[in-house]
Design a protein around this ligand. Structure first.
Ligand code: HAM
Length: 422
């Protein structure tokens, strides 16, 4: 029996791999206009990093991490998200001593042991942005504007931006206490198993549980907004004012809590109606205590990540790049000459292909299928007379051209599309 891939780990062929390339190049173009540079972090980190940043009580740390000892018994974990690794890299490189604000983006695979379904994989990919060093609400708005700029550049159809403020170290504990009081007075037996656990460990997470019974039981729960301190109220008012000014529409969602523990103040998620149950295509927020929590200086930050598999599901399909020019060559000598000509064309930036075996008829069928605009035909007769037949595949016309001039004629014919990186 052949060896199969691991459940939740997929190979990626075109058109998905083409969509990934387009996403990455669009991300680089858009993010660089906002001053972001690319950082690449390792896939493996010490387990402790994720426990300290994402939070011991989160689903990610409790049940979704790929954690194992290395050969010396040290606990390592395949990164379930990028933020923690970026914070570690930021601290290790002491970036706070070199620049007041760091803007870093990263892309690549993440790993979470979740139940695979459409849009949910065990190895999935994120495009992740972190802006570290500024507490300003202008940065919150700028990051959200950038995210929407990026997503809108990919033509993904209708998207909804959900927005919330999670309060800060001053006002959230007061709210947590009020929420815990409320939860103590409901019939806890009716909550799902996860929420019964979260009631004590992480009461805020009960609010965004998707189980209908939990939703109904917490319908009248106190709202975080009623408990926000004046600083949080004014911070959030600036963010929403700027988004309105920039015509970015959003929905306020006071139950948007997010699954990772490091968030404070502005949090957001982008959802799409077009991809089924796993509708969240991007999420993020402010995390002012995080850098300190993982052993660095007390600097604030904000960021987001997009799920690339989910974006790919929404992207319009781009057909594969077709050949410009196709060489039909029959006989070993003719094939050698054709091999040399297409090599030169490729160096000149032209997409050139050559018949793969078979006689004249079979190769002409391959030329038709390739979608090439021009076809070069080279048989023994042409070789003997030092020419080749150049056939226009759109109108069927053909002409004989001298072999030694063929390269130049073809280069001229495609000069408008050639990359010319000779
Ligand atoms: P997250 O909400 O856990 O946030 O993930 C961000 C996005 O990754 C989700 O909206 C979703 O599109 C995608 N995603 C998550 N899990 C899976 C999966 N199993 N399969 C496919 N796609 C998935 C974070 O990871 C934060 N680190 C974002 C952030 C950056 N916050 C601040 N900076």
């Amino acid at each position: 029996m052949s060896v199969k891939s691991i459940k939740g780990f997929a190979d990626m062929f075109p058109p998905e791999s083409d969509a990934f390339l387009r996403m990455e190049s669009t991300a680089r173009t858009v993010f660089s206009r906002y001053g972001f540079v690319e950082l690449r972090t390792p896939l493996l980190e010490r387990t402790e990093l994720f426990c300290r940043s994402i939070g011991e009580e989160t689903d990610v740390v409790q049940k979704e991490m790929y954690t194992f000892p290395d050969r010396k018994g040290r606990s390592l974990t395949l990164r379930p998200e990028a933020t923690a690794g970026v914070m570690r890299a930021y601290i290790e490189a002491a970036l706070h001593t070199k620049e007041p604000v760091s803007r870093l983006f990263t892309t690549g695979p993440m790993f979470r042991y979740e139940r695979p379904q459409k849009g949910r994989m065990r190895q999935f990919h994120q495009i992740n942005c972190e802006c570290i060093g500024s507490p300003s609400p202008y940065v919150d708005a700028e990051i959200i504007v950038m995210l929407m700029h990026f997503l809108n550049s990919l033509s993904l159809g209708e998207l909804t931006l959900k927005l919330n403020s999670l309060g800060c170290a001053a006002c959230r504990p007061v709210y947590k206490a009020a929420l815990s009081d409320f939860l103590r007075n409901i019939d806890a037996a009716q909550l799902c198993e996860d929420c019964r656990r979260r009631m004590d460990t992480n009461p805020l997470r009960v609010l965004d549980c998707k189980v209908p019974a939990c939703k109904a039981l917490t319908e009248k729960a106190p709202s975080l907004h009623e408990h926000s301190c004046p600083d949080c109220v004014s911070h959030f008012a600036t963010v929403t004012r700027l988004l309105e000014q920039e015509h970015i529409s959003f929905e306020l969602d006071s139950r948007l809590v997010r699954g990772l523990d490091y968030y404070c103040r502005t949090t957001f998620e982008v959802v799409s109606g077009g991809i089924g149950a796993q509708s969240s295509i991007a999420g993020g927020g402010r995390y002012d205590g995080l850098v300190r929590q993982v052993g660095g200086p007390d600097v604030p930050g904000i960021g987001f990540a997009c799920g690339m598999e989910r974006l790919a599901l929404l992207m319009p399909e781009i057909g594969a790049r077709q050949a410009d020019c196709f060489m039909v060559a029959v006989g070993e000598k003719a094939q050698d000459v054709a091999f040399h000509i297409i090599g030169g064309l490729r160096l000149a930036g032209i997409h050139a292909a050559m018949g793969q075996g078979g006689g004249f008829k079979s190769q002409m069928r391959q030329a038709d299928k390739s979608g090439a605009r021009l076809c070069c035909i080279l048989g023994e007769d042409e070789l003997a007379s030092g020419t080749l037949v150049l056939k226009n595949m759109r109108d069927g016309t053909q002409q004989n051209v001298r072999l030694d001039a063929a390269q130049q004629i073809l280069r001229d014919a495609f000069s408008h599309i050639a990359d010319n990186y000779e």
